[in-house]
Structures are given as structure tokens and as C-alpha cells.
Design a protein around this ligand. Structure first.
Ligand code: SF4
Length: 221
């Protein structure tokens, strides 16, 4: 089955303490205006599972992990079996997910297939449609609760564009995370502009807001 749009053969940046490859899954169930990967969101898969697993066999002993990213990897219908096969080769798995498929997350966790999750906290409910073209904050919290209850290692992260989310939104989102028992770093990825995105966004000027944000979140620039 065709699974991937592309493979990045090596990264030291995307999977904490783990030299890894990145598998880019084609397609997504959201349409975030700040999305840096329109080619992947609208693209079709060209690499099948057998090719991806053959790639990993050649990297055994060189890489320790695989990041499943996209697009949205939880949209891939054969994900659980694919992860089982990746695990059989001895690789750790990190999932990058927009949190809109808590059911899939639960299946992967029940099968002990995930070693790390980067969970997008997109926006408060009233802004989901405007920023992401759909989805719901409720589903984010379902995914969050599943992860919390499983004891899995995960991070919550938000892409920040000052025209889309206000400083007050971030304060509220951080407070909500803490109230639900999130004790790890809350990462804010700053939208930088300068490359093609799904929406027609201006490059923001963050100015003094950045200093204020630094006191409540961990910035990723
Ligand atoms: S940024 Fe949004 S549209 Fe782009 S891949 Fe992630 S969830 Fe999908």
C-alpha cells in the first residue's frame, strides 16, 4: 500500500535524543492556514510500505528511530500494522499528530507502538474553523487525556501567528494544559513566513509579545 509522500533519511532535530528518519505521510484532515507543507497535504503517496521498511533495514544500526509526520499520519488506514512492522525492525517511533484522531492514538498506545508523541494544540474551539479549516478542541482534549492516562511521553505544541492567536489565547491554552495536569514544557513554534503556506498570511511582527510569551511557554524559532 502506498503510504508516504517522501522520506527524510536523517535528522537529529525532530526526535529527542534519537537519530531518526522522517516518514512524510500524504494527506491531512485539517487545512491550517500556516501549514508549511501544502505539497504533502494535497499530494499523493508514492512510497509503499515495503519500500519504507526496506529503507529502514538498510539503516539498522545507524538510526534509532522514525518520526511519522506529514500531512497527518493517523489518517493512514494501515498505520497500526505499519508501526508493528517498524517496531519489529527495532526502531523507536515518534508520532507528530494534529490530535484529531484520538481513536487511532489509543490503538497505537494500547499496542505499545509509540515512544514519543508531539501533540498539536491548535487553537481554542471558537478559532478552530478559522485557523484549521475544521477539527475541534474537544478532540484535542480526548487525545490529551488518552496520552496522560497511558503514561506515554509526549509534548504539547502550538504554532503561533500573532494574527491568528492572541497573547490571551496562549495564556488561556497554557492554563488549560496545566489545569489538566500537563507538567512538561509547552512549546510554541513561531510562524516565520517567507515560504509557501496553505493560507495567504502576512509575516508577523512579534515585537514585545515574544518577551511576554517566554515567561509562560518554550519558544521554538
Ligand atoms: S499544519 Fe495543519 S494542514 Fe498542515 S499537516 Fe499539520 S495539521 Fe495538516
Amino acid at each position: 500500500m502506498k503510504a508516504l509522500y517522501d522520506i527524510t533519511p536523517f535528522t537529529l532535530l525532530d526526535f529527542p535524543d534519537t537519530p531518526a528518519a522522517i516518514f512524510w505521510f500524504a494527506g491531512c484532515n485539517l487545512r491550517c492556514s500556516y501549514c508549511y507543507n501544502p505539497d504533502i497535504v494535497f499530494g499523493t503517496a508514492s512510497i509503499d510500505e515495503a519500500q519504507a521498511l526496506a529503507f529502514l533495514r538498510r539503516r539498522q544500526g545507524l538510526l534509532e528511530g522514525v518520526v511519522l509526520s506529514g500531512g497527518e499520519c493517523t489518517m493512514y488506514p494501515n498505520l497500526v500494522a505499519f508501526c508493528q512492522n517498524i517496531k519489529k525492525l527495532g526502531f523507536k517511533i515518534k508520532i507528530d499528530t494534529n490530535a484529531m484522531r484520538p481513536d487511532i492514538l489509543e490503538m497505537l498506545l494500547d499496542d505499545h507502538l509509540i515512544d514519543y508523541v508531539a501533540l498539536d494544540y491548535k487553537a481554542p474551539e471558537p478559532k478552530m474553523g478559522e485557523i484549521c479549516g475544521g477539527g475541534s478542541e474537544k478532540r484535542f482534549w480526548e487525545s490529551f487525556d488518552i496520552l496522560r492516562q497511558s503514561g506515554a511521553v509526549f509534548e504539547a505544541r502550538t504554532t503561533y501567528h500573532s494574527d491568528l492567536l492572541s497573547f490571551e489565547d496562549i495564556i488561556m491554552m497554557e492554563r488549560s494544559l496545566r489545569e489538566r495536569g500537563y507538567v512538561s514544557e509547552y512549546f510554541l513554534q513561531l510562524f516565520q513566513g517567507g515560504i509557501a503556506t496553505l493560507g495567504n498570511l502576512d509575516t508577523p511582527e512579534y515585537g514585545a509579545t515574544l518577551e511576554k510569551l517566554k515567561s509562560i511557554v518554550t519558544l521554538r524559532i
